[in-house]
Write a protein that binds this ligand. Structure first.
Ligand SMILES: [Zn+2]
Ligand SMILES: [Zn+2]
Length: 205
């Protein structure tokens, strides 16, 4: 029995490759949440408010190919199938895998790493696939993931009564568009960014 990625004879994964898999499984949900932030399609009422927007011409920051292959849904599907497979081998009589998303499935696999290393012949394939998922996500969000800085509050209206969203708007080096994580409003281009700054609440003296 050897580590599939490196051929050392210490279970189906050596200590090093086990540690890598462990760390990647823990990082994956946050990483794919970040991918969602980078690839979120523009859908906002803001574009209607700023009529000059159309004059700027078509430009999409979204690479449609990336959107197809690197996304939360696909990562979740892949991790789900690994969880189902491990569970089927380990507890053949327990029936259906309980419902859960990417985060739960990653957590579950981390908890099962002892068994996976000792008993799961496909451990090397699992490690490789998780590595590839991580690499694909990092190609989108950067490595390391750059720090976000709060640049202000969201000024989008969230209902007909004039309620302002007010969530913190964050920016990361290199980003040319700001996305509110609460209401998904997108601020992009000089006009929108100036309006965002202009309507910031005056800080309490
Ligand atoms: Zn190894
Ligand atoms: Zn907002």
């Amino acid at each position: 029995m050897t580590c599939d990625p490196c051929n050392r004879s210490t279970g189906y994964l050596c200590t090093w490759h086990r540690a890598k898999l462990d760390a990647r499984l823990r990082a994956l949900p946050a990483l794919y949440a970040e991918v969602g932030e980078c690839l979120v399609p523009r859908r906002t009422g803001w574009g209607n408010i700023v009529a000059t927007k159309a004059a700027a011409g078509p430009r999409s920051p979204i690479n449609e190919d990336i959107l197809d292959t690197v996304n939360w849904g696909r990562a979740a599907e892949i991790l789900r199938s690994w969880r189902e497979d491990v569970r089927r081998l380990r507890w053949p009589h327990r029936g259906e895998t309980p419902p859960g998303g990417l985060a739960e499935d990653c957590r579950w696999l981390v908890q099962e790493l002892d068994w996976i290393v000792a008993q799961y012949p496909a451990a090397g394939d699992l490690a490789r696939e998780v590595r590839d998922l991580e690499a694909a996500a990092r190609a989108v969000v950067g490595d390391p993931v750059p720090q976000r800085k709060v640049v202000g509050q969201c000024i989008a209206l969230t209902d007909d009564q004039g309620t302002v969203c007010g969530a913190a708007i964050t920016h990361r080096a290199g980003e040319t568009r700001l996305v509110c994580r609460a209401c998904r409003c997108v601020y992009e281009g000089q006009t929108e960014l100036l309006l965002l700054l202009h309507y910031q609440p005056v800080p309490a003296a």
